[in-house]
Design a protein around this ligand. Structure first.
Ligand code: ADP
Ligand code: MG
Length: 701
């Protein structure tokens, strides 16, 4: 087989002209032979199985039936005509329907001859029907019966209306396999193949498309899933190794006055064991010769800020600067104020840089940053601008990482000749197994313990019809001096509608909580940042008792006196978002409450989400449920991960295979880090090809 065979543009395949190629590209992302080969079937139809008409159910499954057409007629309808054939077997009758190509079909179909029809069953009234079935005369079907299982490929509306039916796709793949003579280059070593009893690449590709038996299909799936996960892990792990070996870090060997004085005189509370453990892990990284690249996971309120500060002080003790970047202006400001408060009387030059920092101050910051007077810079994306130049940035901390793209992170990284240590903090709990595969190139620390004395938030679910009771409850809490959040969903696709919901809600609250007894803040995405900040500020200072908002307040906002979180239309939020929102309360000494408001119409998934929220406050447990409900693709923080592009493996369902793949990748890199051994050449070549074609996602650069 020619080495370039797989990169051949799909137009060169027999029966694929420019037009079909275009549709394949836009609908399925298929550009080359390789792409088509990797269009794996969603499921398979057992071609040895034939249904009788009296066994039919409207299950939406693709099935095949043997029977005869006894009658054909054209039916006029409001828009256009349809062709309807009456199809019978010895058990009953059904309809075959065509909306297109009616003339051709009418002329070519034979009455009273046995056919095999294949397609999706639906039911209208009492009659079963199959629209645009694939048909074959039983006589030729019997001759061509080579495959026991028919692949069903992913399809789209457009594909089928343009005539690229499942049979067409399947023929294309067959053609491709024919041209390749069924020979594909092996990409795993014989050790791995034998050790795991995997079938060869060629055999796997043949059987994933046209399985010879159930058993071979299972083997093909296993082999291809393993291979896919193996190469992702290989990339993640080798990146990590390269970073550890080649990227010289700046060792922080000193523990000096900044750290010690703060620790002895300014630490406002005793650290939790989890905080101590995490600081120890980070200090070990910082003291080594390699660059740190660590993910710090800790549920909302677990106390990540103090950890960040202690690390920054270590940087300062070693003559370096540090920065802390947050995704929004509100958060950056809150971090800045929080750090200043923690530092108290201590002399540490710290500044805040955001989009709205005044020009004159901005200039001062740039200057003192460059000459090294400024030690800690807190801010938003504004830190990433080219004009922001550090004298010697030693540590970059990024809060709420899922809001930043990979490219943005690497921009920070490139601010120095030697990359700074990087600590990424996230409050989005990611189940461990998932984290391992998503962030396999980062080290991970977890704060798995809340500071003492926290009362878990009490969570309840209430229907909209109970709103009056809920309002009474709010009034009681406000009487006790507490503050209340009322949050509305914000979903991009229907922003206008959401805005209306929010404003309607605001008006109804304003009616029930009238001035001058009650003051209400409102914050939403359409406001100018300055107005938003003003409203936030009023709530923060306790000048308003109720904060009506969209999810802009989701992340990080800290108002300890707020003890009630009302989430409106809670059915429209994902689990991790609900959990994030709930994390806004329960920050003070008082008992806090989270009330999930919904309508009466709830799906099963929604019920599970609500029950989970009511049952537990544990972010990791919630993340596990979320993962099961939605799959990894929708989990926050995973959008930027290559794991989304997996073609056949599923990191949740195939977790066991993932572990095996990771184990083998680790083993391989330990024994043969640069893949020089003869036996590992197939792996090296395959890996190189994938990197060239960028079929493996580039993680953090
Ligand atoms: P998050 O992890 O959500 O960023 P923060 O760092 O904002 O959490 O901490 C939440 C609250 O808990 C803050 O008010 C902080 O002062 C307090 N806190 C953090 N660590 C401790 C501790 N060890 N003991 C008592 N309170 C703590
Ligand atoms: Mg925080």
């Amino acid at each position: 087989m020619n080495a370039n065979f797989l990169t051949t543009p799909i137009t060169y395949l027999k029966n694929v002209g420019p037009q079909r190629a275009d549709t394949l590209r836009s609908e399925l992302g298929i550009n080359t032979y390789q792409d088509l080969l990797q269009l794996f079937p969603n499921r398979y139809l057992d071609k040895t199985q034939y249904y009788k008409i009296n066994q039919l159910q409207a299950s939406g499954a693709d099935i095949q039936i043997v029977g005869k057409i006894i009658h054909i007629k054209t039916v006029e309808q409001k828009r256009g005509k349809r062709l309807v054939a009456t199809f019978v077997d010895e058990t009953g009758q059904m309809e075959l329907v065509w909306f297109r190509a009616q003339k051709w079909i009418r002329e070519n179909l034979k009455l009273n001859e046995p056919y095999v029809v294949f397609g999706r069953i639906s039911r209208y009234g009492g009659t079963f029907s199959m629209a645009h079935p694939e048909m074959e005369l039983l006589s030729s079907h019997q001759k061509s019966l080579k495959i026991a299982m028919q692949p069903i490929y992913p399809s789209t509306e457009k594909l089928s209306t343009r005539g690229i039916t499942n049979r067409v796709v399947s023929n294309m793949v067959q053609q491709l396999l024919l041209e390749s003579k069924g020979q594909f280059q092996e990409s795993l070593s014989s050790e791995i193949l034998e050790g795991l009893r995997l079938i060869s690449k060629s055999e796997a590709l043949l059987n994933i498309h046209f399985p010879k038996s159930q058993e071979l299909l299972a083997k093909a799936q296993f082999r291809l899933k393993f291979e896919e996960l193996f190469f992702v892990q290989l990339q993640l792990i080798s990146k990590k190794l390269i970073r550890k070996q080649k990227i010289k870090g700046m060792p922080f060997n000193e523990v000096g006055d900044y750290f010690n004085i703060f620790f002895k005189e300014h630490l406002p509370f005793e650290l939790t064991n989890a905080q101590k453990k995490v600081i120890k892990e980070i200090r070990k990284d910082l003291g080594s010769n390699a660059q740190m690249n660590r993910l710090l996971q800790g549920d909302v309120g677990s106390g990540k800020t103090i950890v960040a500060l202690l690390c920054m002080l270590l940087a300062l003790d070693n003559g370096f600067q540090a920065c802390l970047m947050a995704p929004t202006e509100i958060l950056a400001t809150q971090h800045y104020n929080g750090l200043k408060e923690l530092l108290g009387e201590m002399q540490v030059e710290i500044a805040l840089l955001t989009g709205s920092t005044k020009k004159s101050i901005r200039r001062e910051i740039h200057e003192s940053l460059q000459n090294g007077d400024l030690k800690i810079l807190v801010g938003t994306h504004a830190l990433l601008e080219d004009v922001v130049q550090f004298k010697n940035l030693g540590l970059a901390i990024i809060d709420e990482q899922h809001r930043f793209g990979v490219a943005q992170r690497s921009k920070l990284w490139h601010k120095n000749e030697i990359p700074p240590h990087v600590l990424v903090m996230t409050a989005t709990p990611i189940p461990r197994t998932l984290a391992m595969s998503l962030y396999g190139d980062l080290d991970i620390s977890v704060i798995d313990e809340l500071p003492p004395g926290r009362k878990p938030v009490k969570t309840v679910h209430r229907f909209d019809s109970n709103r009056l009771k809920v309002f009474h409850f709010i009034k009681d809490e406000i009487k006790k001096g507490r503050q209340v959040y009322v949050v509305y969903p914000l979903i991009k696709e229907s922003e206008a509608l959401d805005y209306k919901d929010l404003m309607d809600g605001y008006e109804s609250i304003a009616r029930d909580f009238p001035l001058p007894d009650y003051q209400i803040s409102i914050v939403h995405g359409k406001m100018k940042p300055a107005d938003k900040d003003y409203e936030m500020e009023r709530f923060l200072k306790g000048e308003t008792q109720i904060m009506v908002a969209t999810t802009v307040i989701e992340v990080g906002v800290n108002v300890p006196n707020a003890s009630v979180m009302i989430i409106e239309s809670a059915e429209r939020f994902g689990l991790s978002q609900l959990h994030q929102l709930r994390g806004r309360v329960g920050r003070g000494a008082e008992q806090s409450y989270c009330i999930l408001m919904t309508s009466h119409k709830l799906s099963e998934d929604t019920k599970t989400r609500l029950e989970t929220m009511v049952r537990t406050n544990d972010g990791f447990e919630i993340a596990e449920v979320d993962l099961k409900l939605r799959g990894p693709g929708d989990l926050m923080g995973t959008q930027q991960s290559g794991m989304l592009n997996l073609r056949i493996a599923d990191i949740v369902k195939d977790n066991q295979i993932l572990k095996t793949a990771r184990h083998h990748a680790l083993q391989l890199l330990k024994e043969d880090p640069s893949l020089q051994k003869e036996n590992n050449q197939p792996i090296r070549l395959a890996y190189q090809r994938m990197m060239q074609n960028k079929t493996i996602w580039n993680y953090i650069s």
